[in-house]
Write a protein of this length. Structure first.
Length: 342
């Protein structure tokens, strides 16, 4: 990415009434852009961030000659609320500190993103919304809530709503983190070392497949042992984050549902049928969070959907293929084909 120009900025949304009815005062989105918007303003791609990630950890997917090519497209990465760059518990001032942080939904996120695109660049239509995991859930929300403004979405290891198993996993990871003694009266009053360790183990068990561990694929990452892998790549990853930010994004993830709003009133199938965009579904066949079976259910109600599963023992991590050349090549080929249609 060193040769790709990145422009960073901040969109100040002001006082925003959230889906909950609470007002978030001084809500902001930190963003990064790559490439240039053309005169017709029809080459914009939105690439929302996944759980715990920032634009810096996603931009590896942006490259000249790739699917997300900054020579052809104007690519915007909006950081999701709660990731420490956009409005988050760790960056909020009174009265939104500690337990009083007003939680945001993915519905809230995409509505503020839509305002940002319109006000900063006068973008009224997106060529593509590309997302992995929670980013994919945002892509689905965009297509359902703004059906005439999105031409295509690529849903990589994601879904239109959080499943029962997924909610259970989030509960387990959240409880592991807050079991630490540093969690007191609804906030962290110290560094939750044991909590991060426990949360990392929960994540490691669900984020990859049994085959991954059976084949000791963690050695491909340079880990000397399973314990070394767990400490470096899971405990280490999460311990660099603010724990309150992680919980805030868990809250948003757990409640992700394209039909949970006043537009669709919980009618999930109607929300899927309303999507006008071409939808590329790319679950991984070993993903425990977002199953191929969930994508098949969604596909049955989409006007224009295509299911192209990723085959990989890396499970959910296959959708974020920064060290997986075969998985990355598969994803990029499918997205390139998607962009070439229509």
């Amino acid at each position: 990415m060193s040769e790709i120009e990145r422009t960073e900025g901040s969109y100040e949304a002001g006082d925003v009434v959230l889906q909950s009815g609470l007002t978030y005062r001084g809500l902001r989105i930190g963003y990064a852009t790559y490439g240039k918007l053309n005169a017709r303003r029809d080459n914009a791609i939105l690439f929302p961030t996944s759980y715990g990630a920032t634009h810096l950890e996603q931009e590896f997917m942006i490259r000249r000659g790739g699917a997300l090519d900054p020579e052809r497209y104007f690519i915007v990465i909006p950081n999701l609320f709660g990731n420490g760059i956009s409005s988050s518990p760790s960056t909020s001032a009174w009265p939104h500190t500690g337990p009083r942080y007003p939680h945001t939904t993915l519905y809230d996120a995409v509505h503020v993103q839509q305002r940002m695109l319109a006000e900063l660049w006068d973008i009224q239509e997106l060529a593509l919304v590309y997302g992995f995991s929670m980013g994919a859930m945002q892509a689905y929300h965009w297509a359902a809530l703004f059906p005439q403004r999105v031409k295509r979405i690529a849903v990589v290891c994601g879904a239109a709503r959080c499943s029962a198993y997924n909610r259970l996993f989030i509960d387990a990871a959240s409880l592991a983190l807050t079991a630490d003694a540093a969690w007191q009266d609804g906030e962290f009053r110290g560094f939750p070392q044991r909590g991060f360790r426990a949360m990392g183990r929960v994540y490691a068990a669900a984020g990859l497949s049994q085959d991954f561990y059976r084949e000791e694929a963690w050695r491909l990452l340079g880990a000397s042992s399973l314990e070394d892998y767990l400490i470096r790549f899971w405990e280490g990853h999460f311990s660099r984050r603010d724990p309150a930010d992680l919980l805030a994004q868990f809250w948003s993830w757990q409640r992700g549902d394209i039909s949970a709003n006043d537009r669709y009133h919980g009618d999930f199938e109607a929300a899927l049928r309303a999507i006008e965009a071409e939808v590329l579904l790319m679950p991984c066949d070993h993903d425990m969070y977002f199953r191929v079976a969930d994508s098949e259910i969604e596909l049955a109600h989409l006007r224009n959907g295509r299911l192209r599963p990723i085959s990989s023992i890396w499970g959910h991590r296959a959708g974020n293929p920064n060290v997986l050349p075969a998985e990355r090549a598969w994803i990029e080929a499918e997205v390139t084909a998607l962009l070439g249609r229509g």
